[in-house]
Every structure is written in C-alpha cells, then in structure tokens.
Design a protein around this ligand. Structure first.
Ligand SMILES: NC(=O)c1ccc[n+]([C@@H]2O[C@H](COP(=O)([O-])OP(=O)(O)OC[C@H]3O[C@@H](n4cnc5c(N)ncnc54)[C@H](O)[C@@H]3O)[C@@H](O)[C@H]2O)c1
Ligand SMILES: [Fe+2]
Length: 396
C-alpha cells in the first residue's frame, strides 16, 4: 500500500474569525436545548461570560454552568464533574476556555455518555462510542483541542500526564473567535502559540505508515496527504505572527493570524499525531513543572537537527522554512522565534541537570504512540543525544 494516504476526522462545523462567537446559540441548538457549559474560571470575570452564556439563555436554551476547572486536570476532579453531568443529562456540552477547559469538557462529555472511571479509557481507541456532542470555543490560541481527538489529564498515580484519544472526542463544532484571545497573558500567548508551531512541524514531518484499512485505524495515522498542505499553512500563519502577538497583545491582525494558525495546527496534528518534542516534553514538564508549550518549543530546534537526515526530510524542512519565510533555515527561524517570545534556549535554564537525562529518555521511550510517529528510529541513545544537546544549547 502507498504510504502517506490517510484519513480526516473533523468537527462538522468550524467557524473562524472575529464575531463568529455570535453563532454559538444556533450551533449549540442543533443538538438540543439542555446545555452544560464548561467554562474556564477566568471567563466568569469577563463580559464574555454574559455575552456567551447569556446569549444561549436568551435564545431559549437551558444552560447549566460548570466553571470548576482545575489546572493540570487532576483526574479525580473530572470524575466528580462527570457525575454532575450525568445527573443533568445535557444534550450538548459547550466548552469555552483554554486547552485545559476544552480538555475538561471533552472528558466530562465522555463520562456523561459512558460513565467512569476515566482511567478505563487511558490510551487509544478505548472510548466505546459517541460522547455528548461538544461545541468548543478556544480562548487561547495553541492547543487546537477544539478540533482534536485527544484530551490530557494528570493522574496522581502516574509520573506523566496521560492522554485519552479517540475519534469520538473530536468536537461536533468549533467556533474560533480571536476576540476571546485578546487578553491572554503574554506567557500563555507565547507557550501555547509555540506549541501550535510544534504541532505543525511535527505533523509535516511525521512518519508515513502503511495503514490497514481493513482493521481499526489508529487515532493518529502518521503522514497524511490530506493534511500536509494544512500543516504548511499553519506554519505560515504562526511563524511571522506569533512574535507580534506576544509583543503587541492588542494587535487584532496578529491575534487573528495566530488563532487561525493554532486551529490549522490542531487539524494537522489531530490526524497525523505529534512526535519527539511531545514525547520529550511530558517527562521534562513533569520534572520541572514547566508549561507544555515551553518544553515543546524549547526542544523543537534540537529535534529538527536530529531528524534532518531522515529520507526526504531536508525538502520537508525547507518547505516549512519557506512557509514561515524570513532568513535562514527552519531551525534558525525557530531559534529566533523562541528568543523573541521568551522560550528558554536550553534545558539547563529550566533546572534540568545532566543526571536527569537518562530518566527523561527512558520515560519518553515509553510514550510508544509518540515515538512511533517520529521520522527516525529514536533509540534511547538517540534521545539521550538530543537531550544532551538541549541541555547545553549545542546546535549542529
Ligand atoms: N487536547 C489537545 O489536543 C491538547 C493539545 C495540546 C495541549 N493540550 C493541553 O492543554 C493545556 C494547555 O492549554 P492552554 O495552553 O490553552 O492553557 P490553559 O488552558 O491551561 O490556560 C492557561 C491559563 O490562561 C487562562 N486563560 C485562558 N484563556 C484566557 C484568556 N482569553 N484571557 C486570560 N486568561 C486566559 C486560564 O484560565 C489559565 O489560567 C495543557 O494541559 C495541555 O496538556 C491539549
Ligand atoms: Fe502540544
């Protein structure tokens, strides 16, 4: 079978642009009258809360609000929220917030439909059927969770955050209104935005699989002919505009470009999967308590160096570099963007020490789903080499 064919699983509706949030009541009502709104706590202190929740109520929907979203999504808090949702019996879950709130909503939709505990679904393709339909409105520009088949939780019994991935977790609709992102703090803009660029790069450089279309498809299908142009477009929106959005948060054009880029990055990686920056960030994040995007962005130049010799890779990296534009290679462009937006250049700067590296490599190797999508064979010594370079800032 020819590698590089693939499959697309997307929300039935995606609206993007300033003003699209006005679509919320109509899009939610497609699924019924009873709405559970899972809302980022920050939003309850802004005029958007009345605008969005009040708008649905005014349209005759019965809205129950859940805004108790805990950072890092400890699994116990979600199991409890799932019970509340089951009692309410929503026709639709409206998710408004950053990636954490959107992921919370996905998991509450899963629990409302199929019951707990969430640990029963850790991993891939273990969700038994459709969940309560989700309408997702991101208020950060980065994770792409509004279109992806995955949600990430933390489980006190595990060293690393753990994912639940299933095509059933793809929201029914996504409404991406950059107006909601205008007040995102600079560090959140930077880290979530660079993570979106990593999604684009890892999607475009994913390994090609020979898929067995006679069996159950994996959630993440590797290099994908339908997705490649989308990943390139994501990089083109993000590369030039992310530094502008960080430097001038009120720049409406920059916020629009970054929101579109993050959405396209989510579409891209939601089909192909991500690889080494993500496999390495999970243990780095757990050990240093640093945000997801800080770690994936920090690792990106070193991962680009490590995969550069894979067959066909030089051309793909050059295409990504050209999509971003500006002088130098893709690697050099990423180094410069990181510098401009305040992503540290080395692991040493975030408190990683040499003696931690073997454990990080070992834990990354255990992320088999991510490792399998890497375009090189990342034996433990290859990962260790990447980590040593990132520790000291050695670029080839
Ligand atoms: N499901 C996926 O596909 C996917 C992909 C990547 C990351 N993730 C997950 O997403 C999470 C990170 O998401 P994130 O980067 O969006 O951050 P976040 O959701 O954790 O939000 C960060 C902070 O910003 C606040 N915030 C959000 N929007 C705001 C706004 N418009 N104005 C002011 N404050 C705002 C939040 O209340 C929070 O305090 C991680 O837990 C990660 O594991 C999920
Ligand atoms: Fe990510």
């Amino acid at each position: 079978m020819m590698p590089g064919i693939g499959t697309l699983r997307l929300p039935a509706r995606i609206h993007v642009g300033y003003g699209t949030r006005a679509q919320l009541p109509a899009v939610a009502a497609v699924h019924g009258r009873r709405v559970l709104a899972v809302v980022d706590p920050f939003l309850t202190r802004t005029p958007f809360f009345d605008d969005l929740v009040g708008g649905m109520t005014a349209a005759g929907l019965e809205v129950k609000v859940h805004s108790d979203v805990t950072p890092e999504l400890p699994v116990g808090t979600l199991d409890a929220a799932g019970e509340i949702a089951r009692d309410f019996g929503p026709d639709v879950i409206v998710a408004i917030g950053g990636g954490s709130a959107l992921d919370a909503a996905k998991l509450i939709a899963l629990l409302a439909a199929h019951g707990g505990p969430l640990s029963a679904y850790y991993g891939e393709n273990l969700v038994p059927g459709p969940v309560v339909p989700i309408v997702a409105l991101p208020t950060t520009a980065g994770t792409g969770s509004e279109v992806t088949p995955v949600a990430v939780v933390s489980d006190p019994g595990r060293e690393l955050k753990v994912g639940i991935s299933s095509p059933f977790l793809v929201p029914a609709a996504a409404i991406v209104d950059p107006e909601l992102t205008l007040d995102v703090p600079a560090t959140v803009t930077a880290y979530s935005g660079i993570d979106a660029l990593v999604h684009a790069v890892e999607s475009y450089t994913a390994r090609a699989f020979d898929l067995d279309f006679g069996g159950t498809l994996p959630v993440f299908t590797g290099r994908n002919a339908l997705i490649a142009p989308i990943a390139l477009r994501a990089a083109a929106h993000l590369g030039p505009w992310l530094p502008v959005a960080v430097a001038t948060p009120g720049d409406r054009e920059a916020r629009h470009e970054v929101a579109v880029g993050a959405l396209l990055g989510g579409i891209a990686f939601g089909s192909t999967g991500t690889h080494l920056c993500h496999a390495l960030q999970y243990p780095i994040g757990a050990l240093t308590k640093t945000p997801h995007g800080l770690g994936t962005g920090l690792m990106l130049p070193y991962v680009i160096d490590a995969i550069g010799d894979a067959p066909g890779m030089a051309a793909r990296l050059a295409e990504l570099g050209a999509a971003i534009g500006g002088p130098g290679s893709l690697r050099d462009r990423v180094v410069e963007i990181n510098r401009q937006i305040g992503v540290p250049a080395t692991l040493a700067e975030i408190g990683v020490t040499r003696d931690m590296l073997p454990h990080i490599a070992e834990l990354a190797t255990a992320s088999k789903r991510l490792i399998a999508i890497a375009p090189i064979d990342p034996a433990p010594d290859v990962l260790l080499d990447i980590l040593h370079r990132a520790l000291e800032g050695v670029l080839t």
